[in-house]
Design a protein. Structure first.
Length: 636
């Protein structure tokens, strides 16, 4: 998110320099870069409260006197008569609507509104949408503006399992699939909630009557939608990270005030729905606990004064967490707030002595296993240690970066299974993966950490002529590792595909074993693979269809075999993703070698055509036809 230094400093008494504010932001844990007096902020996912000008000013108030107090409309508002129904109240527990009619659209904006577009180099849209975008920048609450004259009928909010086309207000057509939170008008989707509105009800430069929607959506219902539908959405970025559910009245009154400062308002009406009371978190005041956690000696008055500046309410013997801080639940969270204010670099360091013990060869053993698996065609995976589902022995994280993943992994296979299914959906027919990582469990209030190796595989045994026709099975994998590591006990099991959302029928074989169960015999393995000589940049896997072509060659002049293989295996084209030998046969009677190559084509941008593939294949064939002693059977 981008915040202009100019907009920050005008609200801070003392006029601190951009470098001074930058230092304070880093101390608070807010990573950023400065580009032409603009702070390009990178917030952790649990700090949605800082995704606004006011949010940053609130955090900076522990260092400066801040005067952020934008005016709002304080007159009494009449009730809006609207035909609205909420069929998914757990996802949208709170929502407000404002209907506002103006006499005329202003020719120019006030300085503060105009500066927002100029300073951040943003394009204007239309009067009401421009105000909506500015308010989101100012206080962090996105709003959506409908042309009120286009809202004729019943408006419904619902999480809908659907498959239909939706045209966004930017004119992009997307196909909504599976579950999506949407607004419907007369049973037709007009808004992908929290992400983007539809073109049919959007405001234009001529809109004089607007219906403003101001809502709180459960972050889990919004997360991933902008990525899934490839939509750049500032609103979803904020809703995913939690917006303040109690700011709707002020947001709407601020909207009215800005309109009132630009033009004459003919009519205003508002309605607010609250289907569920918001949770109020109260934490006992315990400055001794805070000192113990951080290793400092702060007085209770200083401690509470810091929290008060951040908006925490002090009542009796409890600290009441403000509604915009969904990330604060425990004494540890409060300790983190104080540590940020003091500055981690300013906390005294204490040295501890760790007894010297016997140096373990566990890392040598792990590396040997890595090379062994790489030599057998496996790929190493590094997954997140956090998952969404827990069990009775799982460890729950108090303050997760992602509320959808609040548990530490208690096994590795579930993550590897997701990796395998991801690759299968992208038409990979030989999948062999492994991961070496720690897992965490709790028993009798004690945390246990175990180092594990997990293996998962499915599909063809390999992309070579020896393994191409073989399928991965328990017998196949067991035989491989018994031959290489006869003294180790790797027990492979079969996963049940009936419980998975997949149409692939290949067996899924897996194994998970404690690293401590391996013997030092593994260290004697002589690896074949070598580390890469240069850095290999990650390339996303395309989800578009692949196209496969096979070419078989008959070779009577054996001296040309190496020339053929070198040309084909080193042939490069942006659409050619893989080429390998899938068939090889030496016919002694006819003094002939038959060799088959498989070519896999795919584009990252569009579905490739038969003509594109033919053109590439024809180049290859044209070159091979010039080599004496090599023919292509079946080619006219």
């Amino acid at each position: 998110m981008k915040i202009a230094y100019k907009h920050l400093v005008k609200n801070i008494i003392g006029n601190p320099s951009i470098d001074e504010i930058s230092d304070r932001l880093f101390q608070l844990g807010h990573e950023h870069e400065i580009e032409k007096n603009i702070f390009n902020m990178e917030f952790t996912p649990n700090r949605g409260d800082c995704l606004s000008l006011n949010g940053l000013l609130r955090d900076l108030s522990v260092f400066y006197d801040v005067k952020a107090s934008q005016e709002i409309y304080n007159e009494e508002l009449k009730m809006l008569d609207i035909d609205f129904e909420n069929l998914s109240q757990d996802i949208c527990p709170q929502i407000s609507f404002l209907k506002l009619e103006i006499d005329s659209i202003p020719d120019q904006y006030k300085d503060y509104l105009n500066d927002y577009f100029i300073d951040l180099d943003l394009n204007k849209n239309n009067f009401f949408t421009d105000i909506s975008n500015y308010i989101s920048y100012e206080n962090g609450q996105p709003t959506h503006c409908y042309d009120a004259d286009k809202i004729n009928g019943k408006l419904v909010f619902q999480e809908l399992d659907t498959d239909q086309e939706f045209k966004t207000l930017l004119g992009k057509k997307i196909n909504l699939t599976s579950k999506n939170s949407v607004f419907l008008l007369n049973n037709k989707v007009i808004n992908l909630a929290g992400v983007v509105g539809g073109i049919e009800t959007s405001c234009s430069s001529d809109t004089k009557t607007v219906l403003v929607e101001c809502a709180f959506f459960k972050p889990e219902a919004i997360i991933g939608k902008s990525v899934k539908y490839d939509i750049q959405s500032e609103a979803s970025h904020k809703f995913e990270r939690f917006v303040d559910p109690e700011c709707q009245d002020r947001t709407i009154r601020r909207f009215i005030k800005i309109v009132d400062e630009h033009t004459n308002i003919k009519d205003i009406s508002v309605i607010a729905y609250k289907f569920k009371q918001n949770k109020v978190t109260k934490i006992p005041i315990d400055s001794n606990k805070i000192n113990q956690i951080i290793g400092i000696n702060i007085s209770q008055d200083t401690y509470l004064n810091h929290l008060s500046k951040l908006g925490f309410n002090i009542n009796d013997e409890h600290i009441e967490v403000p509604s915009y801080r969904s990330d604060i639940e425990t004494q540890n969270d409060l300790a983190e707030e104080i540590a940020r204010i003091i500055g981690y670099d300013n906390i005294a360091r204490n040295e501890i002595t760790i007894p010297k013990g016997k140096i373990s060869n566990i890392y040598d053993l792990e590396n040997k296993l890595r090379f062994l698996l790489l030599d057998e065609g496996f790929y190493e995976v590094i997954n997140s240690p956090f998952v969404g589902d827990g069990s009775s022995n799982s460890i729950s994280v108090d303050n997760p970066l992602d509320s959808n993943k609040k548990y530490l992994r208690s096994n590795l296979i579930e993550s590897l299974l997701e990796n395998l299914l991801f690759n299968e959906r992208r038409q990979k027919d030989s999948i062999k993966l492994f991961e070496i990582s720690d897992i965490y469990t709790v028993k009798d209030n004690k945390i246990n950490v175990t180092r594990k190796l997990a293996i998962i595989a499915s599909g063809r045994a390999g992309h070579n002529y020896k393994d191409f026709s073989k399928k991965i099975s328990k017998k196949y994998l067991t035989s491989i590792f018994k031959e290489i590591l006869p003294g180790e006990n790797l027990e492979f099991s079969l996963l049940n595909r009936e419980l998975l959302n997949t149409k692939v029928k290949n067996e899924i074989i897996c194994c998970e074993i404690d690293m401590g169960n391996f013997s030092s015999d593994v260290l004697s393995y002589k690896e074949i693979s070598k580390p890469p000589e240069s850095f290999i940049k990650y390339t996303p896997i395309s989800s578009l269809p692949i196209s496969i072509r096979d070419l078989s060659f008959s070779i009577t002049d054996f001296t040309e075999l190496d020339k053929l293989q070198e040309y084909i295996l080193e042939f490069k084209h942006e659409l050619l993703k893989e080429v390998f030998i899938f068939d090889y046969f030496y016919n002694e009677k006819n003094a002939e070698i038959k060799i088959g190559f498989r070519f896999v084509f795919q584009s990252a941008d569009t579905t490739i055509t038969e003509m594109q593939v033919n053109n590439i294949i024809n180049v290859i064939i044209g070159h091979i036809e010039d080599i004496d002693g090599i023919t292509i059977p079946g080619l006219n």
